[in-house]
Ligand binder design. Structure first.
Ligand code: KE4
Length: 428
């Protein structure tokens, strides 16, 4: 008898913290036992008991082509047969760098790394090295990976020093991180006026996807751009989630704002460990070995991960890809909205490209405070009802959802039917 999720979870908790290798997977936000998966193909995943699920997480973004895309697998196999890692430069990583730079003109120089965290951690260090300043600004509700300077929450007052949001982050370090309110233009402009010349970098998710999905309000990103330009601070767009997910050129293309640095991950690695940071040539010239800011990695630019990334971008950058993906994702949102309307439930949804937000509130939240007012308990009940009906949503009311190019009309119809039944069961 093969062990099921419960048995595997029980055993894994004895050896792995929380039984998982990344906290959100533990279902702590929604309760219950995390599902252990065994196989995935296209829009579907199968758990260890053989149950099939329509997947709306896509491994938190990478699976934009659907799982186990044949062309990506073929590219990975070809690369792997030539050796898994050289620790030396290869033509493939140059081709990937060129493909990214061609899609995102703000990237004049780029360094490949192995995760989104490495990308953002490195970008912050480069900004500090380039400006000679220590202070950085981030926004409440945005997540940029688990680098120490970015695990910081808002201090008591608006301009007070940041406080660690994790144990193990020294207060002496957290104090250099200022946490502002996402979409609060007036606060951002006031901060620049008062301390702009002390700011090394402003790092922002240009479309927030880690407090569920929150869109930038008109003028917000431009205010950050103008403030950084005026005060010589580095504007970092963290596009780990939005890069090659919301549009071919990322959120920076959709909003017409040119950052000084961009960080990437997820889709750019096609499902294998790969991230990147890059941008203005003068800023990136600070990166070792050309400059004094040290950054390195044994598996940076790994040839197999690069092969997966190149094969993925080859499809993602095809004309019409995002038009198709946008339509599919919008149809998924419309299915949820229609179900909420049929059952008289305050349920809203919105999408950009291949990512969406689903909220138990009458309209999509526009900032962190509004996100915290959405009905998390109703989401949790809905989550489990959908899971029981073979639809796998992100196990948290504060995560975005992701759609692949392989999600079919039938998948959407099945999702709509599951949402109907789930709301009927939870909102009597
Ligand atoms: P990784 O180190 O997980 O590759 O990337 C960190 C990161 C950086 N920036 C943004 C905007 C991100 O969304 C992420 C990671 N996103 C989470 C999802 N909320 C990954 C899932 C997880 O932590 O397990």
């Amino acid at each position: 008898m093969r062990p099921n999720s419960e048995a595997l979870f029980e055993r894994s908790q004895r050896l792995i913290p929380g039984g998982v290798n990344s906290p959100v997977r533990a279902f702590r936000s929604v309760g219950g036992t995390p599902v252990f998966f065994e196989r995935a193909q296209g829009a579907w995943m199968w758990d260890v008991d053989g149950n099939r699920y329509i997947d709306y997480i896509g491994s938190w973004g990478p699976a934009i082509l659907g799982h186990a895309d044949p062309s990506v697998l073929a590219a990975v196999e070809r690369a792997a047969k030539n050796g898994l890692t050289f620790g030396a430069p290869t033509a493939g990583e140059l081709r990937l760098a060129e493909a990214i730079a061609a899609a995102m003109p703000s990237i004049e120089s780029i360094r490949l790394v192995s995760s989104g965290t490495e990308a953002t951690m490195s970008a912050v260090r480069v900004a500090r090295g380039f400006t000679g300043r220590s202070r950085i600004v981030k926004f409440e509700g945005c997540y940029h990976g688990h680098g120490d300077s970015l695990l910081v929450k808002a201090g008591s007052g608006a301009l007070t020093l940041g406080q660690p949001s994790s144990a193990g982050v020294p207060p002496e370090l957290a104090q250099h991180t200022l946490v502002l309110a996402y979409n609060d233009v007036e606060q951002a402009e006031r901060t620049f006026r008062e301390i702009g010349d002390t700011i090394a970098a402003v790092i922002v998710e240009p479309i927030a996807g880690n407090m569920n999905m929150v869109l930038p309000q008109p003028g917000f990103l431009q205010a950050l751009r103008d403030g950084c330009t005026r005060h010589g601070s580095v504007l970092i767009f963290d596009e780990v989630m939005t890069g090659f997910r919301v549009a071919a050129g990322g959120a920076q293309a959709l909003h017409g704002i040119t950052p000084d640095l961009t960080t990437l991950g997820k889709v750019v690695g096609g499902g294998l460990p790969l991230g990147a940071f890059g941008g203005r040539r003068d800023v990136m010239a600070c990166v070792a070995p050309t400059g004094p800011v040290y950054q390195a990695g044994t598996l940076s630019g790994n040839p197999v991960a690069v092969a997966a990334g190149l094969a993925t971008l080859e499809q993602v950058l095809q004309p019409g890809f995002f038009a198709r993906l946008e339509t599919t994702t919008r149809e998924v949102c419309e299915a949820f909205i229609a179900a909420g309307r049929r059952h008289g439930v305050a349920l809203s949804a919105q999408s950009v490209g291949g990512m969406f937000g689903l909220y138990f509130s009458s309209s999509p939240p526009t900032d962190f405070a509004q996100v915290m007012q959405t009905d998390g308990q109703r989401f949790n009940a809905f989550f489990h009802q959908m899971l029981a009906r073979g639809v796998y949503l992100a196990p948290s009311a504060y995560e975005a959802g992701f759609v692949s190019i392989t999600h079919s009309a039938q998948d959407i119809a099945d999702t709509a039917a599951a949402a109907d039944a789930a709301l009927a069961a939870t909102h009597r």
